[in-house]
Design a protein around this ligand. Structure first.
Ligand code: GDP
Ligand code: MG
Ligand code: K
Length: 279
C-alpha cells in the first residue's frame, strides 16, 4: 500500500511544530531542504493501516518567492504535490492567516484546515463558525488546541478522508474585469501545452506569470516559448497598470484581502460580555 504524504503549512507561530509533534511523536527526522539552509523536518505515523508521512514546511505568510522559506514551501506544494496540505491557522488572527490559505487553495492544494489556538479565541470571547468557514472555502475545518492535544484525532480522521480526493478544483478569486481578461489570454497559452496543464492549475500558473514569479517562469521554459510569453506579459502589465493605476502585485493582493475580509465578517462573532449588555 502506498503511503500518504501530508505537508504542514502555516504562518510562523500558528502551532505547526506543536501539531507536527502531536502527529508524529518521536518518529522524526531533521535535515535540510536541498540547496538552501532552511530546516526540513519529517516524521510519520500509522493510522487505519496507512503510513502517513508528515513534512513540516517553513512558516510563511505568503507563497510568493520573496524568501527562501516561501520558495521552499511553495515549490514543495507545487512540484512535489503532497496528498494533503494541513494548513495550520491561528484562529485569533484569522484574516492574516487566511492570506496563505487562499493561495494554497488557488494552487489547487488539497487543504484541510487545523483551526488552532481555539482556547485563546475563547479567552478573547470570540467565535468562529467553522461550518460556515468550511462551506465558504470548500475544505474541511477542524478546531484544535495543539498544546492540549485537542482535536488532533479528528484532524487525522479528516486528513485521511481528504487524502481520497485526487483532483481538487482550485479556488477562483475574481481579480476584476481587466485583470481577468489578461489572465484568460495567458491561460490560453498555457492550455495549448497539454503536459503543462495536466501538471499544474493553468489559472494558477497564469496568475504567477502575471505576478512575474521568476521561479515559476523558469519552470515554464521547457514547455512553452518563454520569450513570447514574457513579451505578452509586458504588454499586459503596461495596459493594466495604465488603466488601474497601481502595480499588479498590489492589485492582486488587494483582491485577496477583499475576499478574506468579506469572509471574516461572515464567520467571526464576538460574544457580548455582561458589561456590554449592561451598558
Ligand atoms: P510554529 O511556529 O507554527 O511551528 O508554532 P509552534 O508550534 O512553535 O507554536 C508557537 C507557540 O504557540 C508555542 O509557544 C506553542 O506552545 C503555542 N501553541 C501552539 N498551539 C497552541 C494552542 O492551540 N493554544 C495555545 N494557547 N498555544 C499554542
Ligand atoms: Mg515551527
Ligand atoms: K516556524
Amino acid at each position: 500500500e502506498a503511503q500518504i504524504v501530508v505537508a504542514l503549512a502555516g504562518n510562523p507561530n500558528s502551532g505547526k511544530t506543536t501539531i507536527f509533534n502531536n502527529l508524529t511523536g518521536a518518529r522524526q527526522h531533521v535535515g535540510n531542504w536541498p540547496g538552501v539552509t532552511v530546516e526540513k523536518k519529517e516524521g510519520q505515523f500509522v493510522s487505519e493501516g496507512k503510513v502517513v508521512r508528515v513534512v513540516d514546511l517553513p512558516g510563511t505568510y505568503s507563497l510568493g518567492a520573496y524568501s527562501e522559506d516561501e520558495a521552499v514551501a511553495r515549490n514543495y506544494i507545487a512540484f512535489e504535490k503532497p496528498d494533503v496540505v494541513i494548513n495550520v491557522v491561528d484562529a485569533t488572527n484569522l484574516e492574516r492567516n487566511l492570506y496563505l490559505t487562499l493561495q494554497l487553495l488557488e494552487m489547487g492544494a488539497n487543504v484541510v484546515i487545523a483551526l488552532n489556538m481555539t482556547d485563546e479565541l475563547k479567552a478573547k470571547r470570540m467565535d468562529i463558525n467553522t461550518a460556515k468557514l468550511s462551506e465558504l472555502l470548500g475544505v474541511r475545518v477542524v478546531p484544535t488546541v495543539a498544546t492540549q492535544n485537542q482535536g488532533i484525532k479528528e484532524l487525522v480522521n479528516q486528513t485521511l478522508q481528504a487524502a481520497k480526493i485526487k483532483d481538487r478544483e482550485p479556488l477562483k478569486i475574481s481579480y476584476g474585469k481587466e485583470v481577468e481578461y489578461e489572465l484568460a489570454a495567458i491561460e490560453q497559452d498555457i492550455l495549448s501545452n497539454p503536459e503543462l496543464s495536466v501538471r499544474f492549475s493553468p489559472r494558477w500558473l497564469a496568475v504567477k506569470v502575471l505576478e512575474g514569479d521568476e521561479d515559476i517562469l523558469k519552470k515554464l521554459e521547457g514547455y512553452i516559448d518563454l520569450r513570447q510569453l514574457l513579451t505578452k506579459r509586458e504588454t499586459a502589465i503596461k495596459r493594466l497598470e495604465g488603466i488601474l493605476g497601481d502595480e499588479i502585485d498590489s492589485l492582486i493582493a488587494d483582491r485577496r484581502y477583499g475576499f478574506i475580509s468579506g469572509l471574516a465578517k461572515e464567520v467571526i462573532t464576538r460574544r457580548q460580555t455582561a458589561e456590554d449588555r449592561l451598558s
